[in-house]
Design a protein around this ligand. Structure first.
Ligand code: 5HY
Length: 246
């Protein structure tokens, strides 16, 4: 089984780290291809970054379709371009936020989210509403760290994340915590050790969900809104996205 794990930002070191975390939990027969777009923001920390990165995700899915891919993972906690990506393939496409929400509600009645910057909290809130998990989430907390502080020496960022998780454990009346950034994928065990409540991380959650869907033979439905995009010409720098329909 070939799973393409797409880091929607363009920081290759973060893509590598996300790929490693995915391989650690993947089935031995699963091949993880970790990629990121060549064009786009080095980190995704606002609505504009999300909007631009969504086209990069589409480019990576189109590339994956050429190479034969059984499932895709959108490894940014905003799940940028998730529904557009689902239109481009029959393969399952899993967003790490959606995956983490699903698993968190299987092991706890209520969870909190600990994300990076305060301003990205609203993006998580919109996803909770879109996916129907708002009533499961007690609070969206921010460690107030830029995404790229998770690269190089992540120790200062890690202690801020652990501190925010301990506050959630103490005050939010929750049973689990969802990590709000793909760049935290390699920190789960350390956070778990220091916090002592179940920590749900989206990249690893998405890998196991993708494997389950593929092994069940479940594909993205082409009946309804996730059907292939209608034949259309794209102009200018997006001319390469022109398509002649399914
Ligand atoms: C992520 N940004 O997972 C999000 C996290 C965030 O570049 N990868 C990013 O803060 O929304």
């Amino acid at each position: 089984m070939r799973i393409r794990v797409i880091n929607p930002n363009t920081t290759a070191a973060m893509t590598e780290k996300i790929g490693e975390a995915a391989r650690k939990v993947a089935h031995p027969d699963t091949v993880i291809i970790a990629t990121n777009p060549r064009n786009g923001p080095v980190s995704i920390e606002c609505h504009f970054d999300e909007a631009v990165s969504a086209v990069g995700v589409a480019d990576e899915v189109r590339a994956g379709e050429q190479e034969g891919t059984d499932a895709y993972i959108v490894a940014c906690f905003g799940d940028p371009g998730l529904f557009a990506a689902r239109e481009l393939t029959r393969a399952p496409v899993i967003g790490i936020a959606e995956a983490a929400f699903h698993l968190a509600t299987l092991i706890s009645t209520r969870f909190s989210i600990v994300t990076t910057l305060r301003r990205t909290g609203i993006i998580a809130e919109h996803l909770l509403q879109t996916y129907g998990f708002s009533h499961h989430c007690r609070r969206i907390r921010a460690a107030d760290i830029p995404v790229l502080d998770l690269e190089d020496d992540a120790a200062p960022a890690l202690s801020k994340i652990i501190e925010e998780c301990l506050q959630a454990k103490e005050h939010d009346d929750i049973g689990a915590i969802v990590l709000g950034c793909g760049g935290m994928a390699d920190l789960t065990a350390e956070i778990q050790r220091n916090v002592g409540v179940p920590i749900v991380e989206g990249v690893t959650a998405a890998v196991k969900l993708a494997e389950s869907l593929v092994s069940l033979g479940l594909e993205t439905s082409k009946h309804g809104d996730l059907a292939f995009p209608p034949a259309k010409q794209f102009i200018g720098q997006y001319a390469h996205l022109s398509n002649n329909g399914a």
